[in-house]
Design a protein. Structure first.
Length: 228
């Protein structure tokens, strides 16, 4: 299949300078994923590109964007309030461009957590579900479920795509969190994958095969959101 072409654009944020974004719109898109990056790598990182183009192949548009700190070239993530404003601005941009198309929001690691926090504080207009690529439940080596407390205030469907070797989400903590969230939450475990969805050779699979599983799981879940 022909590689999807990303359209660059700028998103205005009320409390910060405009940020860069990349839009991929496949023909006859059935949903749009407002896709935030992780703490250490921006929207153009190879992993973000792989996910965005893979979702395009599955009929899902993506709007990737930078948080203000990444736009400025800083390594220090924004304060939550600033990050939440960026999430809201990106969602508003997607809603403006895709009138009537189901919106899903979320992101990789930090980006997913900032999106869920924003949703918990005040529902993101038009967003029907949240999807997390490796939700960062806790810092590496510091197991805790405190970062999940706000998820109880989210009342739309949530998809957790998590590797079983994720050092930022120990299964003994993550599984009870998702179970407690009840019907809105779906946990898809990726066997032997780490926080970056990398697998060891001993797993019998390669990273490409793992990413295919992850993207297929996202697309199947999104199809249920579309139907709703």
């Amino acid at each position: 299949m022909k590689a999807a072409t990303a359209q660059p654009l700028k998103i205005e944020i009320t409390s910060a300078d405009p940020v860069s974004a990349l839009l991929i719109h496949p023909p006859q898109a059935r949903a749009c994923y407002v896709f935030a990056h992780g703490a250490g790598a921006g929207m153009a990182h190879a992993s973000m590109e792989t996910i965005a183009t893979g979702l395009a192949d599955r009929g899902i548009a993506t709007l990737r964007y930078l948080f203000p700190y990444m736009e400025k070239g800083s390594k220090r993530p924004d304060a939550p309030g600033v990050a939440h404003a960026a999430v809201r601005a990106a969602v508003a941009e997607a809603a403006r461009r895709y009138i009537g198309l189901p919106l899903i929001a979320g992101g990789k690691s930090f980006g997913g957590r900032m999106t869920s926090q924003a949703q918990a504080i005040d529902a993101l207009p038009g967003v029907r579900g949240l999807a997390f690529f490796a939700f960062p439940l806790h810092p590496a080596g510091k197991p805790s479920s405190d970062r999940a407390k706000h998820l109880a205030a989210v009342d739309i469907p949530m998809l957790f795509l998590q590797g079983t070797r994720d050092a930022l989400a120990e299964l003994s903590l993550l599984e009870p969190v998702v179970k407690k969230l009840g019907k809105p939450a779906t946990l898809h475990l990726v066997k032997e994958a780490d926080h970056s969805f990398h697998v060891l050779k001993s797993s019998g699979r390669n990273d490409r095969e793992v990413m295919t599983e992850v993207l297929d799981a996202f697309a199947a879940w999104a199809g249920k959101i579309d139907a709703g």
